[in-house]
Design a protein around this ligand. Sequence first.
Ligand SMILES: [Zn+2]
Length: 464
Amino acid sequence: MPREAAKLGAMQAWRGAILWFDPHTDEPHVHFEPDSWLVTAADADGVQRVVAVGPADALRAAYPDAAVTDCRGCLIAPGFIDLHIHYPQTDVIGSPADGLLPWLERYTFPHEARFADADHAAEVARFFVDELLRHGVTTALAFATSHPVSVDALLIEAGARGLRCIAGKVLQDRHSPDGVRDETERSLADTEALIARWHGRGRLGYAITPRFAPSCSDAQMRGAGELAGRYPDVWVQSHVAENVDEVRWVRELYPHDRSYLAVYERFGLLRPRAVYAHGIYLDDADRALLAQTGAAIAVSPTSNLFLGSGFFDYAAARAGSVRHGLASDVGGGMSFNPFVTMRAAYTVSRATVRGDGQPKVGLSLSAVDLWWQHTAGAARALGLDGVIGSLAPGSEADFVVLDAQAIPLLARRTAQAASLAEWLFAWVMLADERVVRQVIVAGTPVQTHHFTDASGALHVGSVS
Ligand SMILES: [Zn+2]
């Protein structure tokens, strides 16, 4: 028994096949046991954490009093982390457009204008949080809209469910239509007030959220950078280098900056806990800047394919030690589902042209790598490694129970896998939300929409 056991609350144990990753590494170090226990308990502050994880026989002896939930036949894994998502765009998902800029103008801005109304924001927030949980997503870094009430609506809803959620009021004081455009001084005062109201409250956090460089005046960017300096543990989220037309526009607006990313650097917006969506049109100097400053990229492959934006260059990002993780970017992305995102990331990693059309060598990312990018890798990009995204002892108890039997083809294919790598690859290629039996947020099951008692052995072939 660990020395601190006396201080812990009642032990719970979850039994099944368990997958997790070391929390503090820049590449995936995977752990997998076909018959394992995950032991959780509340710490002295009442936070439910992982106490131990390991082979069932050894932990049964070490924790004889734990109440056991039998999930044999299922896979237990860390809850997924979505590194970039727009909750107000829930209702524009699947809207066709020629590209990013027309899509923003035609669908996104008119919908976002409705979030000045607190009741509308609350209704969408409820549906949005349900969708996250239905898909096994237990942490989201989310854009709200420019209206402060939209942040309140989301964080009230996430807080009520115990969900870890980081959100921010969008800053956009220019090149934005009436209804979403904000006013410079007021927008910065609102941001600071929201930081005071929400950041660090329970599992909630705040992100300073310039929409993207074209939508913010110099004064607003400067103000955002000052806040980012004054509140170093508050997150920063924005977009960078998503689309060729957008990159061209930034070059016109900021002719003296070396690159799109350099604009954010000039205003003090590149630092640890800064997460930029997309990062397709970057060069080596940009990647060096990201590595140096500790800012991260939220890779958003379904969105990039849907809007025809381009392909994230995994090989270059890896060579440049750029921190990155996976994101849905709903509603530019067309699915909340982490498996759909992982599949799209695999497809993008195979691409043999760069975003700018030049030839490159495609990678072939493993399932372990893709899964890591949506859990422990994403946690590291957020500066929350060791807190979420892993089942290492000490982690907060956010995890999912997944059942391959929910999908006949997945059950059949995984039963024939010859190795752990092949077994996980079948999951990544074939799973969807039907496999999500339970979602455990801070040690408590929150989602039981199609849970039935687990039974039967897990068919994993010759996993060693
Ligand atoms: Zn986005």
